[in-house]
Design a protein around this ligand. Structure first.
Ligand SMILES: NC(=O)c1ccc[n+]([C@@H]2O[C@H](COP(=O)([O-])OP(=O)(O)OC[C@H]3O[C@@H](n4cnc5c(N)ncnc54)[C@H](O)[C@@H]3O)[C@@H](O)[C@H]2O)c1
Length: 257
């Protein structure tokens, strides 16, 4: 029987590409999104996909979606939101909204799927989408960075609690991705050029880059990978010291000045 996967937030952006690669790999895909129209559009474009209109933070709606789709072999907690604003101006409503979707959502969906897998005596894989913001906070990212750090820790906690039941849980931390929620940021040509040039791999990331990492973590090739946060960022997060100068004489390079 074909394996099955539910991808949350699969109506747009990175999630839609994960759903596409999953379908291409032979998974029956549950395209879950709060945006029912977008879920329908993604599902319609794929061979064996089912639209699931639900919010990840509504546990009743998630149970209804799981009843309709069945317990998936893999769950990708991809749905996320961001509210760019300085902390001093951050409203509590926005803060709570980001915490709800980015942190509570993966808990609600992960718990629901794990409960069913355990009850059915089945193994499975969960991938949570974190961010390099969860490692190196971006200024004015508000609740986004703390929630993405928490997702990395939630991943480890799920891994140690569910590993004995045969459920592997890992996270993927995308870097600067030329898709989805980054589209408005990268619409500025100057910002786009700087971000690309400052990436060691000398290009922006794509939804395909992220989906490939997710597919690998869900595959049997990653059977011994559990509790890991896989950074997929072309090297961006490793550049923290790149802007800190040292005298050329100490670095052992010729001083051109
Ligand atoms: N695009 C990037 O540069 C980037 C970088 C790092 C991490 N990420 C992460 O990747 C994931 C996908 O982001 P994206 O860029 O594709 O964003 P996106 O805005 O294009 O897509 C997010 C999807 O989630 C859905 N969604 C939002 N709230 C939901 C809810 N409560 N229940 C169900 N669906 C909901 C939206 O309708 C949308 O379809 C997010 O977790 C994001 O934090 C993105």
């Amino acid at each position: 029987m074909a394996k099955s996967m539910i991808v949350t937030g699969a109506g747009h952006g990175i999630g839609a590409e994960i759903a596409r690669q999953a379908a291409a790999a032979g998974y029956r895909v549950g395209v879950l999104d709060i945006d029912a129209e977008a879920a329908g559009q993604t599902a319609q474009s794929l061979p064996d996909a089912v639209p699931l209109a639900a919010s990840t933070i509504d546990s009743d709606a998630i149970e209804v979606a799981l009843d309709a789709f069945g317990t998936p072999d893999a769950l990708v907690n991809n749905a996320g939101i961001v509210r760019f604003t300085p902390l001093v101006d951050h409203s509590e409503a926005d803060w709570r909204a980001v915490v709800e979707v980015n942190l509570n959502g993966p808990f609600v969906c992960g718990r629901a799927v794990a409960r069913r897998l355990i009850a059915e005596g089945r193994s499975g894989a969960v991938v949570n989408i974190s961010s390099i913001n969860g490692i190196a906070p971006g200024p004015n990212s508000g609740a986004y960075s703390p929630t993405k750090a928490a997702v990395i820790q939630l991943t480890r906690q799920m891994a140690i609690e569910w590993g004995p039941a045969g459920i592997r849980v890992n996270s993927v931390a995308p870097g600067i991705i030329d898709d989805g929620m980054s589209a408005p940021v990268l619409a500025d040509p100057e910002v786009r050029a700087i971000r690309s040039a400052r990436t060691p791999s000398q290009r922006l990331g794509t939804a395909e880059d992220i989906a490939k990492a997710v597919m690998w973590l869900c595959s049997a090739d990653a059977e011994y990978v559990n509790g890991h946060n896989l950074v997929v960022d072309g090297g961006v997060v490793s550049t923290v010291l790149a802007g800190m100068p040292r005298p050329a004489s100490i670095d052992g390079v010729a001083d051109e000045s």
